[in-house]
Every structure is written in structure tokens, then in C-alpha cells.
Design a protein around this ligand. Sequence first.
Ligand code: URP
Ligand code: ZN
Length: 464
Amino acid sequence: MDLLVRNAKIVTSSETFESNIGVENGRISSLSPNLQASGAAVFDARGKIVIPGGIDAHTHMELPVMTTSSADDFYHGTVAAACGGITTIVDFVDSQPGQTMLDALADYRRRADEKVVTDYGLHMMFKGQNLPEIDRIPEVVEKGVPSFKVYTAYKKRGLMLDDPDISRVMRKVAAVGGLVAVHAESESIIQDLIRQNLSAGNTSAIFHARSRPAEAEAEAISRVTRLADRARAELYIVHLSSRAGLDEVEAARARGTRVFAETCPHYLVLTDQALEGEDGRNFVMSPALKKREDCEALWEGLRQGGAIETVGSDHCPFTRAEKDWGKDDFTRIPNGVPGTEVIVPLLYSEGVRKGRITIFDMVRVTSEAPARRFGLGPSKGKIAIGADADFVVIDPAKRVRLTADVLHTRIDYSIYDHVTTQGYPVLTVSRGEIVMEDGVFAGKRGRGRFIPRETSGKRSRETG
Ligand code: URP
Ligand code: ZN
């Protein structure tokens, strides 16, 4: 045995049980109250809870945006993830001009393999430049990347596809049993409001939010779910931010659309008021932060399960200096905020402790559901004999104020520095190796592995 966790109170999505956890060769080898250490490293988890390692299926490490890249590369971003109890990320491949999807995938694999400290999978961003190679979607799926993200907004950045092209992508992806991820916001509503705001001299950060109201999200979700019905595609709405958007996801599911949504920690905890402050630029991401009632609707959606299945971070931080590019024009602020390190602490402290969700809901949305939905295979997302030894120990008594010096993302501020969590990860184990202990990163650069993912078609054939 390599590692023994004693006195663990293990929580799954449906039960709690007390056990010791034995780890050997990166896997859970035994779950029993009577295990002997026999030379293994020992961690005593008395008084703490142990849950499966978090799966953050939405990150953007070293993503090129404007003339810079998001501040965390695959090393620093996965260090932050590991320090927050995340053991697997799924990032988005963004092909650059002149690169095919397969070139871009190879490039991402090369850069990530050398740096990642957690395991990782990849989604493919499908942009206008990828349309001539739409028939190569099956080859990308064959490489273990069965999900393709399309955008209904960001025309100027070359990300947006028109509806007929979105339908084509949906049909191609559906034909191979893949998943279509959608950044759903109405470009028409947003551009109209941006024009009105800029011409009225409304240039500060809050007008980013006022140009991206909940209706922009709802309109796009209503449209893409209808396109998905026609294409018989399975849809994943990334970063759901509003009650109106959630209503559209629920309405589509009631019609029979195969659609589920992800929300992010910032939409659960922060509101658009944050954009009114002096440092409002640091809170700019898209979709924009909404109202308190939207936060509560998203928590309720998580509690109910179904429409909102997962929490991903959309981790995409920029430095204060980069955010300042937009001090006189909100359209010049690079969009994105950090988040991978705070998923587990915030869901525990703001969700479980405050009674918005149960600990079982938390395990479901942070590990079990994403492992299943994103085809990460039978070894991920659970604490069970034979599964990868990916787990996190949370100390329910540990209070941590989420200041910049505590968090590991490479930016010089924290958007959560007014939040003190009660309950915090104190040990993260990834494939049997301790990668964080007591807030200190303890893993090695490049130790993480690429996880080729399966399509839902393959999963359902295997499960009968
Ligand atoms: O504001 C967001 N969501 N930023 C993430 C990166 C992007 O451009 O989608
Ligand atoms: Zn994103």
C-alpha cells in the first residue's frame, strides 16, 4: 500500500460511510475499517470529510485573448485547481489562424502534457475558420475529444457561427454521438446595447453587464435548443448565468430536448453590483454577472438536478493591468475571471453550509455527473475500489478568506477577497499522489495525464 487515509468519512452522491482508504499504484485498493499501514504514508482524516476529486470541465489555460493570453498556463492553472480540490480539468482547444483542429489539438497536447499537475481532457472550440474542415469532426472524436463548442456571440473575435452553420455542426457531431457545447448569448441584443451605451458615453465596467442582460442568454438558449431538436443533437449550455436562461433550459427539456447546463461559481456567489465598484473591470466575464435572484435560482437548479448538471469554473484570469485596457471603454476589457480553485470551497461553504444544497448534491455536481456526462471513463468521479485514487479531504472547521495571497492563480487580486469560507480542502490526492497538503502544492509539473473521453453513444452501448 502506498497511502492510507484513516478515519475517513466518505461522502458519495447518495450516502456517507466511515472507512479507511487504501491506495496502491494510483488506485483505491481497499475501503475497510481495518487496514494496516504496512509502510504506507498515513493521513488521519478524523473530523473531516472525503469526497471524490472535483472535475472542472470548463477551463481556459493559456488561452489567447486580444493581444495576451489568460494568466494561468497549464502548470499554474492546474496547481490552482489541485489546491482547490480539483483533480481533473477539461480545457478548450482554440485553433489559431492557419491551424486545423487536429494541428491545434496536437499543439494543446504538447503544451499541456509537459505542464499539467492534474489529469485533463479537452473539448474542441469550433469557430468559423473550422467550417471548411467540418467533415473532420469524427477524426477529432477518435482522438478522445468528443465535444465541440460553438458560439452564438463574439462575431468580431471570429468565434460566432451563424445559425445554419451551428445546425451543420450539430448534425455532424450528433452523427458520431458527440456533445455540442454552446456559449449562448444573443449577438444581436448585445451589439445593439453596446452601440447604445457607447454612444451615450456609458463606458465603465457596469455597462458590460447592462449590455448583456439575462434576455440575451435566454434568447440564444431558446434558439439553440430548437436547432438541437431538429438536428437531434445533445447540448451542453456552458456557464449558465440567469434565471431566464434556466427557464429556457427547463422548457426545452420539457419538450424533450437533450440539453443540460453548467453554471460557474461566480454566477452563484457574485452579482452585477461588483461591476459598479472602482475595480469593476476585474469582474468582467461573459455572460455577465446578474442579480441576487439569479444566483438563488441557479442554486435551486443545482439542488434539483436535471437542468443544471455540473459546475465548471470558466477559469480564464487576466491581470489587473490587462483588465485596465478597458478603463475608458468596457468593450476593451479582456473577458474572464479565475475560478477553478474556488469551486469546491464555495460550493461547500456557500452551498452546503448555508443549506442551499446538500453535501450529496455537491458531490453529484462536482464529480459524479461531470465524469459521466463528459465520458471520463469508469475510473473517474467516484470513491470505489479500483477507481483512480482521486479524492479531496475537506476540513469543515477551516476558515479561509479568499484573498489573492491564499489563491494560486497568477493574478494580483482576488474577486472573492470579501468572502471567508467555512470549510476548506486540506488534502488533494490525484491518482494516489498527494498534490496539495494544507494549502501547499505538493505535486510535480507534468505528472497529469491526458484522459481520452468517450462519446455518449459509446457509453450507452456499454451500459446496455
Ligand atoms: O468571459 C469569459 N467567459 N471568458 C472566457 C474566455 C472566452 O473568451 O470565452
Ligand atoms: Zn469559457
